[in-house]
Write a protein that binds this ligand. Structure first.
Ligand SMILES: Cc1cc2nc3c(=O)[nH]c(=O)nc-3n(C[C@H](O)[C@H](O)[C@H](O)COP(=O)(O)OP(=O)(O)OC[C@H]3O[C@@H](n4cnc5c(N)ncnc54)[C@H](O)[C@@H]3O)c2cc1C
Length: 306
C-alpha cells in the first residue's frame, strides 16, 4: 500500500501526466499516420487519446470454475474478498470455504482469520499445495485444514450460500463416490488462478499465444515489452501472471522503451532497461519464478515486430 502511495506521489509531481480516473479504455486503433488512437469511455462519453505509443497494463481477471449453484450470492473471487476487507473494511461473511491452495488462497485464509472470520478448510485439486510452504505452515498452525486432491462439487442454499459440498478426487480427477464432506459456510472463495486481460491487445491486432506458464493467452512481445504491433507495449499481469514486484519492473522497462521509441529519452536510459531486466531475471530464478521464466522463453521465441 505504501509503494502504491509513493508511485502515485511521483506521478502527481509531474504536471505533464494526466491521470484520468473512472475511464475505461475500449479500443486501440491506427489512424494510418504512425499514430495510435486510444478510444476511452469517460463519464459515459467516448473520448480519443492520440499518441505514438500505448502501454497496456490492464492486469488480470480471476478464473472461475464450473460447479452446481456457482451463481449463488456468497461465492466470490479471492480478489473481491480482499477488496471488501482491505479497501472497505467489510467482512464477507462468518464462515468460509476456500477453493485453491496457491499463495493467493493461503494468504486469503490468513487474512480472513485475522479479520475474525472462520475458515473451515482450503480444498486443492492438485496432490500438493501450490503456494509457499511458509504460508501453508502458518495457515495450518491456525487450525485451518488443507485438503489436497479435493474439489468443490456444489454450493447449497436458498437465497445465498449455506453449505459447500466437496469430495476427494481419484487419479483421473473424478470425484470418488462416498468421500463427500459438507461444510456449513456462508461464503465460498475461489482462488483458482488468474488470466491476463489481453482484450485490448488482441483487438489491436497484436499476435497472441497460449502460454500455460504465463496464465493463458498473452501477447507476444520482445525483451523491451513491445508487442508485435509497433508502438504498443505491455506490462504487468496483462503480460503474464506474476506479482507486484515484477509488474513494476516490467512497467519501468515498457515506460523507458516507449520513451526511447518516441525519441524523448536518450540512449543512456538503455542501461536502466538492462538493470531492470537483470532484476527480473534474479527475481525469476527462484522455484516459482522459474516456471514464469520458461513461459517467457517460449514467448520470446515468437517475438519480432509486425
Ligand atoms: C487476491 C490476490 C492477492 C494477491 N496478493 C499479492 C501479494 O500479496 N503480493 C504480490 O506481490 N502480488 C499479489 N497479487 C498479484 C498482484 O496483485 C498483481 O501481480 C499486480 O497487481 C499486477 O499489477 P498490474 O498493474 O499489472 O495489474 P493490476 O494491479 O490488476 O492493475 C490493472 C489496472 O488496470 C485497470 N484496467 C483494466 N482494464 C482497463 C481498461 N480497459 N481501461 C482502463 N483501466 C483498466 C484495472 O481496473 C486495474 O486498476 C495478488 C493478486 C490477487 C488477485
Amino acid at each position: 500500500m505504501e509503494i502504491a502511495k509513493i508511485l502515485e506521489g511521483e506521478v502527481k509531481r509531474r504536471e505533464n501526466i494526466v491521470v484520468s480516473l473512472e475511464t475505461s479504455a475500449v479500443g486501440i486503433f491506427h489512424n494510418g499516420n504512425e499514430k495510435l488512437v486510444l478510444g476511452v469511455r469517460k463519464n459515459r462519453e467516448p473520448v480519443e487519446f492520440r499518441g505514438r505509443a500505448v502501454i497496456v497494463a490492464t492486469g488480470a481477471m480471476e478464473k472461475m470454475i464450473p460447479f452446481e449453484n456457482n451463481d449463488l450470492p456468497g461465492i466470490y473471487g479471492a480478489g473481491a474478498i480482499q477488496t471488501l476487507m482491505n479497501t472497505y473494511g467489510v467482512k464477507p461473511g462468518e464462515r468460509v470455504l476456500i477453493v485453491g491452495a496457491g499463495n493467493v488462497g493461503l494468504i486469503l485464509a490468513y487474512q480472513l482469520v485475522q479479520a475474525g472470520v472462520e475458515v473451515e478448510a482450503i480444498v486443492e485439486a492438485m496432490p500438493k499445495i501450490g503456494g509457499y510452504f511458509v504460508h501453508a505452515a502458518k495457515v495450518r498452525r491456525l487450525g485451518v485444514p488443507i485438503l489436497t486432491r479435493h474439489t468443490i462439487l456444489r454450493a447449497e442454499g436458498g437465497e445465498t450460500v449455506e453449505r459447500a459440498v466437496v469430495a476427494e478426487l481419484d487419479d483421473n480427477w473424478k470425484p470418488i463416490p462416498g468421500t463427500e464432506k459438507v461444510f456449513n459456510v456462508d461464503v465460498i472463495a475461489l482462488a483458482v488462478g488468474l488470466r491476463p486481460s489481453i482484450e485490448l491487445l488482441q483487438q489491436a491486432g497484436c499476435q497472441i499465444k497460449f502460454i500455460r506458464e504465463l496464465g493463458g493467452h498473452v501477447a507476444v512481445r520482445d525483451g523491451w515489452m513491445e508487442t508485435t504491433v509497433r508502438g504498443i507495449f505491455v506490462a504487468g499481469d496483462s503480460a503474464g501472471i506474476e506479482e507486484a514486484t515484477t509488474a513494476m519492473l516490467e512497467g519501468k522497462i515498457a515506460g523507458i522503451a516507449a520513451a526511447l521509441r518516441l525519441g524523448i529519452a536518450d540512449e543512456s536510459w538503455v542501461k536502466e532497461i538492462e538493470n531492470a531486466q537483470r532484476d527480473l531475471e534474479e527475481f525469476r530464478s527462484g522455484p516459482f519464478g522459474r516456471r514464469v521464466a520458461e513461459g517467457i522463453r517460449k514467448l520470446l521465441e515468437g517475438a519480432g515486430n509486425a
